[in-house]
Design a protein around this ligand. Structure first.
Ligand SMILES: NC(=O)c1ccc[n+]([C@@H]2O[C@H](COP(=O)([O-])OP(=O)(O)OC[C@H]3O[C@@H](n4cnc5c(N)ncnc54)[C@H](OP(=O)(O)O)[C@@H]3O)[C@@H](O)[C@H]2O)c1
Length: 319
């Protein structure tokens, strides 16, 4: 049975990926910084949870030995430029070196729509710049494995770029629905930013589909993972209120505010404890649309029919 090593497997997407991997017959090892984070997945048959510091290259190397493939789902949404660099760039560098050392030839790396691997500095935010640099790390790894010999050792690399992801437990529609339960209206910066939300089950299916293909098949490459519909942020916030039944199903009024007001809001949120709802960096990310460029294959090319948002979101937002 083939063995896959998953980092970030305890998260929102990771939990769905692990379930599908087990169903597809993989032996799965999930590395986590805290075993308690893995309580939802540790019951899956054939899944091993390893508590380790994923930033410790020696520990990573030892843990990766004997695996056939690696899936990287580790990411942060908020932080300083240094923190983004550590998680989105330095960690892939350590993982790539460990893959080379341990002969792991198949990698699936989940990135984000808006990453620009050919010009990382052109990306509008620390999040997207570091995501772009992370992709570049893996492309260099694949290139180095091949060397100058076109018949060099075969490695398979899939870089997956999802738009914003919805599904049970998401931190996007759920958050805006919760806000509307306590606020009479929602002041919103970046109201016209556009997204193409994709269902978490479809993203997880894409991870497993690209992993299951062999190195020689066409599944290596960059994939844009998006749903069938494009929404503005304002439409998504309104939908989350309506689908969750707030204010008798009308949702709260959403008031677009100028960027400077959004930045002021974000600065105040940064002073409060816990993760901010919206950071300066999130606002920067929204300077470009989060929709498929059409320059890369997508879910349909992997045999996955992308789900529409409303019926699925209504189920869990109402609950
Ligand atoms: N959710 C979305 O809407 C969305 C949209 C576009 C792209 N993506 C991408 O999809 C992937 C999965 O996202 P997700 O929503 O499942 O993320 P998530 O729920 O936040 O999970 C991320 C995982 O990363 C690990 N992690 C977090 N901070 C870390 C740190 N400082 N050092 C090491 N590990 C850390 C955590 O593992 P442990 O705590 O167990 O160590 C956690 O399981 C990411 O690459 C993300 O950028 C997500």
């Amino acid at each position: 049975m083939k063995q896959v090593f998953v980092v970030g497997g305890t998260g929102f997407v990771g939990r769905h990926v692990c379930e599908k991997l087990i169903r597809a017959g993989w032996q799965v090892t999930v590395a986590t910084r805290r075993r308690s984070q893995a309580r939802d997945i540790m019951v899956l048959p054939g899944l091993t949870v390893l508590e380790l510091d994923v930033h410790d290259e020696g520990a990573l190397n030892a843990a990766l030995a004997g695996h056939d493939a690696l899936i990287n789902l580790v990411a942060i949404l908020h932080g300083t430029a240094t923190e983004f660099e550590r998680v989105h760039v330095a960690l892939p560098q350590k993982l790539a070196r460990a893959c080379t050392a341990q002969g792991v030839a198949h990698v699936v790396h989940v990135s984000a729509l808006g990453a620009n691997v050919s010009a990382p500095d052109a990306a509008p935010s620390n999040y997207l710049r570091s995501k772009s640099q992370g992709e570049a790390v893996w492309l260099a790894w694949a290139q180095a494995a091949k060397g100058s010999d076109p018949a060099g050792p075969a490695v398979a690399l899939s870089l997956l770029r999802p738009s914003v992801i919805f599904g049970v437990g998401d931190r996007f529609l759920n958050l805006f629905a919760r806000l509307q339960k306590i606020m009479p209206l929602v002041p919103l910066a970046g109201a016209n930013a556009r997204f193409q939300p994709v269902w978490v089950e479809d993203v997880a299916a894409a991870v497993v589909a690209t992993l299951t293909a062999s190195a020689s098949q066409a599944q290596s490459g960059i994939y844009e993972l998006v749903g069938p519909e494009v929404f503005s942020l304002k439409q998504l916030v309104r939908l989350s209120g309506q689908l969750s039944g707030v204010f008798a199903g009308w949702g709260r009024p959403v008031v677009a505010v100028p960027l400077w007001a959004g930045r002021l809001q974000a600065s105040l949120m940064a002073l409060m404890p816990g993760e901010p709802l919206m950071s300066q960096d999130n606002l920067d990310s929204m300077r470009i649309d989060n929709v498929a460029s059409g320059q890369h294959p997508g879910l349909k090319d992997l045999g996955i029919q992308p789900a529409t948002l409303q019926a699925i979101a209504q189920d869990y937002l109402r609950a």
